[in-house]
Design a protein around this ligand. Structure first.
Ligand SMILES: Nc1nc2c(ncn2[C@@H]2O[C@H](COP(=O)(O)OP(=O)(O)O)[C@@H](O)[C@H]2O)c(=O)[nH]1
Ligand SMILES: [Mg+2]
Length: 231
């Protein structure tokens, strides 16, 4: 597995996308600053995991489909006045890789679960991947972002926005529809994923440091909403 290193600087040859990865919002996270975030991109074969990741990291759309591609990417992203290094694991879905996938899951702090809005079965598979993550990590409150890709293919839609939203709300995941092809919401996915991770870190910090805050005027829910607003 190779590491592809990309940065805002490296992408400056593409003027159109020059500042796209500098997102103005801020996670407002004031705890000890750890700027490396490891994310794992999972989902059924063909849903666009590689296309989403490549569009984010390299600003181009991959037309061909190679189900065996799995790779690790690194990219720097600025969120407000903070700079993060994202390590992104783009996984492949073959069954024989299950043991390896368990290892990936253990090594990651946040997850992006992808389905295609044109494939009902890929939507159903989200539950399977989520269960796998919970089984391997065996803890609550795992930062997971669910995304419905291929939103440009409106005539082939099999899963409605509402269904996606309801499932994500029921399972406590952040949610967005995106298109790797048109680059719609691609930066926002990774921004929100970073925020999910930082929100959970803050939650653990608050819980372990000062339990009183739970009973104070400023309830935990409000506190977390201040850390990063869901888009
Ligand atoms: N129209 C459209 N096609 C997409 C989109 N994302 C991926 N694809 C196509 O779907 C196929 C599978 O994408 P890929 O990223 O390889 O899927 P993966 O197996 O999940 O990594 C490729 O032919 C892509 O060009 C999208 O947002 N819109
Ligand atoms: Mg792939």
């Amino acid at each position: 597995m190779s590491i592809k290193i990309s940065s805002n600087k490296n992408n400056n040859n593409n003027n159109k996308n020059k500042n796209k990865n500098i997102i103005k919002k801020n996670c407002n996270n004031n705890n000890n600053f750890n700027n490396v975030v490891r994310l794992c991109v999972m989902g059924d074969g063909g849903v666009g995991k590689t296309a989403v990741t490549t569009q984010f990291v390299s600003n181009h759309f991959v037309h061909y489909y190679d189900p065996t591609i799995e790779d690790s990417y690194r990219k720097q992203i600025s969120v407000g006045d903070k700079s993060y290094i994202l390590d992104i694991l783009d996984t492949a879905g073959q069954d024989e890789l299950t043991a390896m996938r368990d290892q990936w899951i253990r090594s990651c702090e946040g997850f992006v679960l992808v389905y295609s809005i044109t494939s009902r079965s890929s939507f159903d598979q989200v539950l399977h991947f989520r269960e796998q993550i919970y089984r391997v990590l065996d803890r609550d409150d795992i930062p997971i972002m669910m995304i419905g890709n291929k939103s440009d293919l409106i005539n082939e839609r099999q899963v409605s926005y509402q269904e996606g939203k309801e499932l994500s709300q029921n399972l406590g995941m952040s949610y967005m529809e995106v298109s790797a092809k048109s680059r719609s919401n691609i930066d926002e996915v990774f921004y929100e994923a970073i925020c999910c991770v930082k929100r959970k870190e803050e939650l653990y910090r608050i819980k372990s440091k000062d339990v009183k805050i739970l009973k104070s005027k400023n309830p935990l829910k409000n506190k977390l909403n201040q850390i990063c607003k869901v888009m």
